[in-house]
Design a protein around this ligand. Structure first.
Ligand SMILES: O=C(O)CCc1cccc(O)c1
Length: 493
């Protein structure tokens, strides 16, 4: 058995997009990070295909926005729920305009390309150590550290590591979660679907937007991914024989309305079980969970990856504050309370949409269509990014909300002005000068003057002169005088 003497700050178990994002964010803060992954390389086939504007903003905080823009496609046409007769029942509208995060609200991408960028970023930090083909097989929590045992898949040799904290980004069957003994709450949707990706060989007239085909005879999803990639997801029906269903000839038959094998190559076809699960206990002592290890959503909102990347953004600055000695580790108790509220809401909406899409009884489908028609409410919106109880001021308007990303007069975006720190945003230099001495000796908080109409209006609406933002861009609180500023600063680790 090989034992490394080094005491790592954080071990990340699982080097998928969530683990790689967290490694990049912690690496950027100078922490000593160990990444373990059982696989030798990136999984080469597509899985997640969609992320939202908040997630693009997190990539921006890694300095990756331009590169991610090159490999992704803004989803400007929205998502349409259409019944068997072709009638649109419900829409998540798209938009050509930049959204509140200073970019499009939706993007489509090919997961292996995104992972290359995230891994390049993580590996660019010499304080990030990668151990690939290395499977975690033992976790022993001690009072001052965690001892990990891992086995290399090539040499079969075991190694031993000591780390201060462990984050399990190790997927739905998480070893870390099993060790923590955190049960999963089931929000009610569990259904097999056939997921397959095609590569177009020629121009084929297909819709530019995502379609949820709410056809009781065979619910399906169609997505225009990126470049020549297209995805279909097909619900497995009770009489289906799974072995038969995945055969290319049967897949092409189900697609013949739209496309044929002369026009595209089938890249992969896989049966997935869509789940709606949330772990109870995302942190136990020095162990934490993120991504699919903590929650799994049906894909109808394209939010699985987004939730995991948000976890990474919520965790990295808390771990950094604790490891640098600026906060006690009780700060980690805010991780689940802040994140799980939003995760519940998003999965709840995906489960509701699933109940619309997955209606297979024709009478119930007719009733569903009648009700949706009657409601007249044909557009639905994504839940706002709002933290559950945690490190933010619940007494003030907008506390715990994701702040938007305005630009200054020179066109520089807020997050680029601030970096990954706490910030105080205000519009009025003269007024703020009177408060500024409250900031003395708080070098970790950046004051930002943004003489911007949108920010002025936002503050006025909240009856505030300034807003204090956390490194993950969520609102710590708003205020208009020194006492309120001091109260907020006392929360900053
Ligand atoms: O565009 C969206 O809002 C999400 C699209 C999506 C992505 C993947 C699967 C799915 O059912 C929907």
């Amino acid at each position: 058995m090989k034992t490394e003497n080094e005491l790592y700050d954080v071990a990340i178990v699982g080097y998928g997009p969530v683990g790689a994002t967290l490694a990049g964010l912690l690496g950027q803060e100078g922490l000593k990070v160990l990444v373990l992954d059982r696989e030798a390389d990136i999984y080469p086939l597509p899985r997640a295909i969609h992320f939202d504007g908040e997630v693009m903003r997190i990539f921006q905080s890694l300095g990756l926005k331009d590169k991610v823009l090159e490999i992704s496609r803004p989803g400007i046409h929205g998502m349409h729920f259409v019944n068997a007769e072709g009638e649109t029942l419900l829409v998540r509208a798209g938009s050509n305009e930049s959204g509140p995060n200073g970019c499009a609200n939706n993007y489509y991408f090919h997961q292996p390309q995104l992972e290359v960028l995230l891994r390049e970023k993580a590996a660019s930090h010499e304080n990030v150590t990668l151990r690939l083909s290395t499977e975690l097989i033992g976790i022993q929590e001690q009072s001052d550290c965690v001892e990990l045992t891992a086995q290399n898949h090539n040499t079969h040799a075991s190694s031993h590591y000591r780390v201060k904290y462990v984050v399990g980004c190790d997927g739905a069957r998480s070893f870390v979660r099993n060790t923590m003994n955190s049960p999963m709450e089931n929000l009610g949707l569990r259904q097999q679907w056939l997921v397959f990706d095609v590569l177009l060989k020629q121009n084929v007239e297909l819709p530019p937007y995502t379609i949820q085909h709410c056809d009781p005879a065979r619910p399906m999803t169609y997505c225009n991914v990126v470049d020549n990639r297209r995805r279909w997801e097909i619900m497995v029906m009770p009489d289906d024989n799974l072995e038969e269903l995945v055969k290319p000839e049967n897949i092409w038959k189900m697609l013949e309305r739209w496309i044929n094998p002369e026009q595209a190559d089938l890249e992969r076809a896989v049966i997935y079980t869509f789940n709606s699960l949330i772990a109870q206990g995302w942190r136990k002592g020095r162990l934490m969970l993120a991504g699919d290890a903590a929650h799994q959503t049906p894909p109808f909102l394209g939010q699985g990856l987004c939730a995991g990347i948000r976890d990474a953004a919520n965790l990295y600055w808390k771990l950094t504050s604790i490891i640098k000695g600026n906060a006690s580790d009780t700060l980690l108790d805010t991780y689940e309370s802040e994140r799980s509220a939003h995760v519940h809401e998003v999965i709840g909406l995906a489960v509701y949409l699933g109940s619309i899409i997955q209606t297979t009884d024709p009478d119930k489908a007719a009733e569903r269509d009648r009700k949706l028609r009657e409601d007249g409410c044909r557009e639905f919106f994504m839940p706002v990014s709002q933290l559950g109880e945690g490190l933010w001021d619940s007494q003030r308007k907008a506390g715990g909300q994701l702040f938007f990303q305005p630009r200054n007069r020179e066109g520089i975006a807020l997050d680029d002005l601030v970096g990954n720190r706490f910030a105080i945003v205000h519009t009025d230099k003269a007024g703020f000068n009177k408060l500024e001495d409250a900031l003395a000796e708080r070098a970790n908080i950046v004051p930002v003057e943004l003489d911007n109409q949108e920010v002025g209006n936002w503050l006025a609406e909240k009856e505030a002169e300034f807003v204090v933002l956390r490194p993950d861009r969520y609102v710590l609180g708003t205020g208009k005088n020194k006492a309120q500023l001091q109260a907020l600063l006392s929360l900053v680790p």
